[in-house]
Structures are given as structure tokens and as C-alpha cells.
Write a protein that binds this ligand. Sequence first.
Ligand code: 2AM
Ligand code: CA
Length: 267
Amino acid sequence: MSRHSPALTVMIAAARKAARGLQRDFGEVENLQVSLKGPGDFVSNADRKAEKILFEELSKARPGYGFLMEESGTVEGPDKSHRWIIDPLDGTTNFLHGIPMFAISIGLERDGQIVAALVYNPVTDEMFVAEKGGGAFLNDRRIRVASRRDLAQSVVCCGIPHLGRPGHRGFLTELSAVMNEVSGVRRTGSAALDLAYVAAGRFDAYWEAALSAWDIAAGILLVREAGGFVSDIDGSDRMLTTGNIIAGNDQLRSQLEKLLKKARREG
Ligand code: 2AM
Ligand code: CA
């Protein structure tokens, strides 16, 4: 058993409460698929309801902390050194399609550093948590990034720019470079779970561009506390601002960075 700090205990309780609604709503999605209106509105409602629960529970437990949330944006608190960074439903497209690959993501930032992280998939009941300096855990079992050092034996996850987003051509150049070097490429549609899976050693490495802070704030700490490395695609530490990210163990992260840089130069 891991021993959680009071902050993480609060995060777990809030996530479990919000997850109950998401689980109920996910069960309804299948019925709605065949209705005329479709599940679109229903899903954005599920998303907002989950965020409201997280906001209420975390505000109650830690009055004064600020918030950065996917749906409601920024809420300033009197305590300027603490902020929750929340995605109530990462993997919305999966949720909408009845694919059980989505998660609640909560990061706690203290003085600009993420100090506690939670990524929870309510369908599989997988709770990934980490605290700065305290290691990363999946359902109370310690997790570590994979130890493979060779890209040729690695399964690498990525994100694909969707309709209406820039970078389609650049992504294809990167994918083409990566798929020639690795054992397999995967794409799940939830950046938070991608990072959690890297932390758990399921994916050897991961890269994606144009994400938002709430997609990755918790996942970054999970990977680092699992012994992994995370950077921006240019190698810097500005992932939360640029939204570009590479993660993996030390070796694979840097090999992937080189590969992606070369693809960009030549593409
Ligand atoms: P979301 O499911 O919360 O929207 C998938 O590549 C990642 O991109 C997910 O973490 C997803 O988060 C994020 N993303 C942001 N905007 C998106 C959009 N309009 N459509 C699909 N994924 C989006
Ligand atoms: Ca998201």
C-alpha cells in the first residue's frame, strides 16, 4: 500500500465522486448512438457535470486554491501559490463513441511545479497517482517506465492532429520516420492515459503536439515519478506552455527527440 498525502487523498475522493456520473453517462451513450439527436450534447453535459463535481469537492477541501479547467477556464483563488489543473473527461471522442478509453486528469501545481497527479479511467477502475518525490502508483502498486533501450523493440504512442487543427503534413512526416524505426505505433485519443501508460511501462514512449495544459499536467508528473523523462519536442521543459510533448525512459525519449527533429528538418 502506498501512503498518500492529504492532498492526494482529497484528489482521489473528488475523482471517484465525479467518476460515478461519468460511468452512468457512459452507460447511456450506447442507447443514444441510435437516437436522432445523437450523444453529442449529452456528452458535453457529462463533461460539465464531472467538472462541476471536481470543482466543488476540491474547493471544499482546499478553499482558496486556484483552478485551470478545460470547460470553465481559469478561476483565480486568494492562494496564489496553489492551482488545480483539471480535465474532467480526457478522451471525449472515445467517450462519445462508446470506447472505454477516457480519464479524469487532475494535477496540483505549487509555485509553478506539479506536485501531485491523478489520472483515473472509471471504466477499467485504473487509478494512476504520483506525488513529487514519492513515486508513481497504479491502484496502489508502484509503477515504472519500461526499460527497453532499443526503438526497434518499442511500442510508441502518438496523437494525430484532428479535423480543423494544423500540423497534418508535419505529423505525417514524423509518423513516417517513427514507423520505420519501431516495433509498433499506437494512438488512443487520450493524452492523459497515454502518459499514464508510459508511466506504467505499457507504452515505451509517446509524442504529441498542440495539447493543452490540462491534457498533460498530471501525466508529466506520473512519467517522471515512474523514472521516465518528459520534454517538449525541442528538448526544453516548456510542455505546459507549448503543448508539445515527448515522454519515455531517458534513452528512448532522446532517441525519439532526435528522430522527430530530423523528420522536421527533412520534411
Ligand atoms: P479531449 O478528449 O479532452 O478533447 C488526443 O489526441 C488528445 O487531444 C486528447 O487528450 C484530447 O483531449 C485532445 N484534444 C483537444 N482538443 C480536441 C478535439 N477538438 N478533438 C479531439 N481531441 C482533442
Ligand atoms: Ca483533454
